[in-house]
Write a protein that binds this ligand. Structure first.
Ligand code: C5P
Length: 400
């Protein structure tokens, strides 16, 4: 299953470090190539000799090799890996990663790695629940890193709670799913519309909305990390995009968004419509800045094209269209109507009645309504996590 896959494991100081001997064996049995980096304190819990014997590779501890004084290039290690798994990930290393600190080889490799990164935290329950740790984990998720959640159970301190590192078998399963998903998505191209549209009133004013484009960008990132090629048709937002699999196509208004989306739709197997497109636009755009001469001002509006609807009409059997619905009332009924009308395969509903859901916030709470009638609800989560849930659902759908 993992034949030829290059897995780099970073081990931090935690009693759970002993479990990495088992994880290394499991990975090797599956045919993976394994290289290991240990922090100083990790070596208090398990010896480099054990791990080099099991991985059949020298273990890296510092920028220089002990014996030869040779330079261990963090850039090369980062580029070598198909996947970096930091397990156990201590509160200390998590905090340093979240803040870009770089005082050991593992952190230098993390900062220079171009591959997906998974972390399996291990710490005492109160450390795991501390707002600082939770913030740091959320920060790492916003960089696109994935968390293999710690489990509930007896901890080294004798306390019982959440904080035990996931078992090696569970970590192996996450790694296998990652590569299975990658294989599935690698040959796929996805269109994502995101952000608001600005509809000009005159040369300096527009009608728009508060959409930040964050949800669409999180989806683009998750698909790109899963190996898909993403065409991100983006309304005016200030987002920096730096993934080689994401092609950014900037547009300003709904007409431009439709044109750009139509142009790439035929080559896409997946289309996700997350843009908050202005439903109407000013009927006439003034050539010059409108002067404030009268006491009142009427703006005549006309309907904009519905991008999802237009592309839903030409959808082929091998294409999956996903829509979003932001509702304030009769949520399920309204979302189900849109699902049908726009020929979506499933629609992601978020209600403005849910606290923490909506435009400018970093969190979202969604429910998926599938054309088959299946409904799936999710809890309030950071938008990156919501994006993962949606992409996982998409993956199941492609596989079913
Ligand atoms: O009808 P409503 O705007 O609520 O529909 C929401 C869904 O339709 C979203 O997926 C949105 O991106 C898409 N949409 C669109 N073009 C429009 C309006 C909405 O693609 N003009």
């Amino acid at each position: 299953m993992l034949r030829g896959k290059k897995i780099l494991i970073g081990i931090c100081g935690s009693i759970a470090a002993y479990k990495i001997a088992i994880l290394t064996r499991l990975l090797k049995k599956e045919g993976a190539e394994v290289q290991i980096i240990m922090t100083d304190s990790a070596q208090d819990f398990i010896t480099p000799l054990t791990l080099s014997t099991l991985s059949k590779n020298p273990v890296f501890k510092d920028f220089q090799s002990d014996s030869s004084g040779e330079w261990n290039s963090h850039v090369e290690l980062g580029l070598w890996a198909d996947l970096l798994v930091i397990a156990p990930a201590s509160a200390n290393t998590i905090a340093k990663m979240a803040n870009g600190l770089c005082d050991n080889l593992l952190l230098a490799v993390y900062l220079s790695a171009r591959c997906p990164v998974y972390l399996a935290p291990a710490m005492d329950l109160d450390m795991y629940q501390h707002p600082a740790t939770l913030n740091n984990i959320e920060q790492l998720q916003s960089y696109g890193n994935s968390i293999i959640s710690a489990e509930h159970g007896e901890l080294a301190s004798g306390l019982v709670g959440e904080g035990r590192m996931a078992e090696p078998e569970s970590i192996l399963e996450v790694i296998e799913t990652h590569f299975k998903k990658k294989e599935k998505f690698e040959n796929l191209t996805a269109l994502i519309t995101a952000g608001p549209t600005y509809e000009s009133i005159d040369p300096v004013r527009f009608v728009g909305n508060y959409s930040s484009g964050k949800m669409g960008y999180a989806l683009a990132q998750q698909l790109a990390y899963s190996g898909a090629n993403v065409k991100l048709v983006l309304g005016p937002v200030s987002i920096d995009i730096d993934h080689p699999n994401i092609e950014r196509i900037d547009v300003t208004n709904a007409e431009e968004m439709l044109k750009a989306s139509k142009k790439v739709y035929k080559e896409c197997q997946i289309a996700i419509f997350s843009a908050a497109v202005s439903d109407y636009k000013p009927a006439d755009v003034a050539d010059q800045k409108i002067k404030k001469e009268s006491d009142s001002f009427n703006l005549q509006m006309k309907k904009n094209p519905d991008i999802a609807y237009e592309l839903g009409k030409i959808k082929k059997n091998n294409q999956i269209n996903v829509g979003f619905a932001l509702e304030t009332e009769n949520e399920i009924e309204n979302a189900s109507l849109k699902l049908k009308k726009k020929n979506f395969d499933f629609i992601v509903l978020n209600s403005l009645r849910d606290e923490g859901a909506g435009f400018s916030v970093n969190t979202n709470k969604v429910e998926i309504i599938d054309a088959s009638g299946i409904r799936k609800s999710f809890g309030l989560k950071p938008k990156d996590e919501v994006a993962k849930d949606i992409i996982d659902y998409l993956y199941e759908k492609i596989n079913s």
